[in-house]
Design a protein around this ligand. Structure first.
Ligand code: S3P
Length: 438
C-alpha cells in the first residue's frame, strides 16, 4: 500500500470506537447480571476476539445494526460475576484481552481456562499479571514463567495492597476484576496515572471503588449491573489524522466525538510543549477543543485541527502512560520539528505489538529520519521533513498507520508493507484517510 505526498487534509471524521473501552464494555457486560447494551462497539480483529471470549465462557452476545461509522450495536446477556464456564480462549493479537480477563477468572470457585494467541502475543509478557494474581492466591501458570499460553485454575482469593512496578492500565484492570471476588479490600498503587476506563464502568455498574491519590481500592461485590454503554471515538486512532493535519501544510479538519479521558490525551500536552497553540471555541488556535459532553462514563469532544509549526520536545516517564500508544507519532512529529525531540522512560514500548522502540526507529530511519534508539526511548533530530521510502509494519497496526501518515507528510511518498495489520484496531483506516485527502 502506497501513500503519496498529500494535498491538505480537509473535512470531518468520527474516528472508530475506542478499543480499550470496547474490550472493557464486553468483559464487564459478561460479568454483569442481565442485559448490557453497548452502542458503537469497535468492529476490529482485537475487539471481535473479546466478543468470542465472552461467548466461550457462557455470555450471550447479540449483534445489531452497525452505525454509519461502522460501530456495532451489541447486546450482552451476562453470566454474572461467579458464572463463567471453563474455556480455551484465543485472544488473537489482543494484549488487553489477554491481560485483563484472567483477573475475573482467577477467583472462581472452580473451572480452568487457557489463554493463547498469535505469534506476536506469544512474546508479550504476562508475568506482570500472573505475579500479583498469585499473591492473591490465584493458581496461574505461564510458559517460561512469563509468556503465554497462560493457564488459570479457579481458587479462593484474598485482597492485597499492591504497588505496580510498571504503570499499566491492563495490570490495574486485571487486579480490580480479581478484587471483586477476593476476600477483603484490594488496593493498587500506580506509579503514574493510567487510563481509568475500567474504574469508570465498574463505578457505573455499582462496584464499591474509590481513588485516593495514587491508590485505587475496590471491595468485593455480589453482582454488577452495567446497563447502557456508549463507546467514545478512539483518541489513539484519531491521533493519526490529528498529526497528519498538523504536518501537511494547508490542512484544516475536524475530528468529532473523540474520547478525551484525561489519562489518554497526553499527546495534546506534548503538542502544546512543541508550540502547538490550543484552546476552546473562542480564539484562533491550531487545535480547538469544543463541544465537550459526557454521554456516558467517558467525556467526548470535537477537535478542529490545522497545520502548525513544531519545536522539538522532551518527553519523560511521567508523560508516558497518557501517551503510550501515540509515542510512535511523537517520533514522526520530531522529524518535522525544529530541534531535537527526546523520549525517555518509555521502555514499555518494547513490550507492545512489536518492539516499538526498534520498529519505529528502524522504520523511520529507513524513510530518511535522523533518529536513534535508546534503551528506554529514542532521540530524533528534526530536519523539517522526511524523504520517504518503504516501511514494514512488522504485524503492528500502529506502525502500519504511522507509515501511511509519514507518506502523506513526506517528499517522495511511503510504501507500507504488511499494511493489513491495521485490521487489529482500525479496518476502515485507509478509507477514512482517503476521505480527508479528497
Ligand atoms: C491498554 C493499555 C495500554 C495500551 C494498550 C491498551 C488498555 O497498555 O498500550 O494499547 O486498554 O488498558 P499497558 O496497560 O500495558 O500500558
Amino acid at each position: 500500500m502506497t501513500f503519496e505526498p498529500a494535498s491538505p487534509l480537509s473535512g470531518e471524521l468520527r474516528p472508530p470506537p475506542d478499543k480499550s473501552v470496547s474490550h472493557r464494555a464486553a468483559l464487564l457486560g459478561a460479568m454483569a447480571e442481565g442485559l448490557t447494551r453497548v452502542t458503537g462497539y469497535l468492529d476490529s480483529a482485537d475487539t471481535r476476539a473479546t466478543l468470542r471470549a465472552v461467548v466461550a465462557v457462557g455470555a450471550e452476545v447479540r449483534e445489531g445494526q452497525a452505525d454509519e461509522h461502522g460501530g456495532l450495536f451489541v447486546e450482552l446477556e451476562g453470566v454474572g460475576l461467579r458464572g463463567p464456564r471453563s474455556a480455551e480462549i484465543d485472544v488473537g493479537n489482543a494484549g488487553t484481552l489477554l491481560r485483563i480477563m484472567p483477573g475475573w477468572l482467577a477467583g472462581q470457585a472452580d473451572g480452568e481456562w487457557e489463554f493463547d494467541g498469535d505469534q506476536s502475543i506469544r512474546r508479550r509478557p504476562v508475568d506482570r499479571v500472573a505475579d500479583p494474581l498469585r499473591l492473591m492466591g490465584a493458581k496461574v501458570d505461564c510458559r517460561d514463567g512469563r509468556l503465554p499460553p497462560l493457564r488459570i485454575r479457579g481458587a479462593p482469593l484474598h485482597a492485597i495492597d499492591y504497588e505496580m512496578p510498571v504503570a499499566s492500565a491492563q495490570v490495574k484492570s486485571c487486579l480490580l476484576l480479581a478484587g471483586l471476588l477476593a476476600q477483603g479490600e484490594t488496593t493498587i498503587h500506580e506509579p503514574v496515572r493510567t487510563r481509568d476506563h475500567t474504574e469508570r464502568i465498574l463505578a457505573a455498574a455499582g462496584a464499591a471503588i474509590r481513588r485516593d491519590g495514587d491508590a485505587i481500592t475496590i471491595a468485593p461485590a455480589e453482582r454488577l449491573e452495567v446497563g447502557d454503554i456508549p463507546v467514545p471515538g478512539d483518541f489513539s486512532s484519531a491521533a493519526f489524522f490529528l498529526v497528519a493535519a498538523l504536518l501537511v501544510p494547508g490542512s484544516e479538519m475536524s475530528l468529532r466525538e473523540v474520547g478525551i479521558n484525561r489519562n489518554r490525551i497526553g499527546l495534546l500536552s506534548i503538542l502544546s510543549r512543541m508550540g502547538v497553540d490550543m484552546g476552546g471555541a473562542h480564539g484562533d488556535h491550531a487545535i480547538t477543543i469544543h463541544e465537550i459532553r459526557e454521554p456516558g462514563p467517558e467525556p467526548v469532544a470535537t477537535l478542529d485541527v490545522r497545520h502548525a509549526e513544531l519545536a522539538g520536545v522532551e518527553v519523560g516517564a511521567e508523560d508516558v502512560p497518557a501517551a503510550i500508544d501515540e509515542l510512535p507519532l511523537v517520533a514522526l512529529l520530531g522529524c518535522f520539528a525544529d530541534g531535537e525531540t527526546v523520549v525517555s522512560g518509555a521502555e514499555e514500548l518494547r513490550a507492545k505489538e512489536s518492539d516499538r522502540i526498534a520498529s519505529v526507529v528502524e522504520g523511520l530511519a529507513g524513510l530518511g529520519a535522523e533518529i536513534e534508539a535508546r534503551p528506554d526511548g529514542f532521540a530524533v533530530r528534526g530536519s523539517r521533513g522526511l524523504r520517504g521510502g518503504t516501511i514494514d509494519a512488522r504485524g503492528d497496526h500502529r506502525l502500519a498507520m504511522l507509515g501511511a501518515i509519514a507518506g502523506l507528510a513526506s517528499r517522495e511518498g511511503v510504501e507500507v508493507t504488511g499494511f493489513d495489520a491495521v485490521a487489529v484496531s482500525y479496518p476502515r483506516f485507509e478509507r477514512d484517510l482517503r476521505s480527508l485527502i479528497g
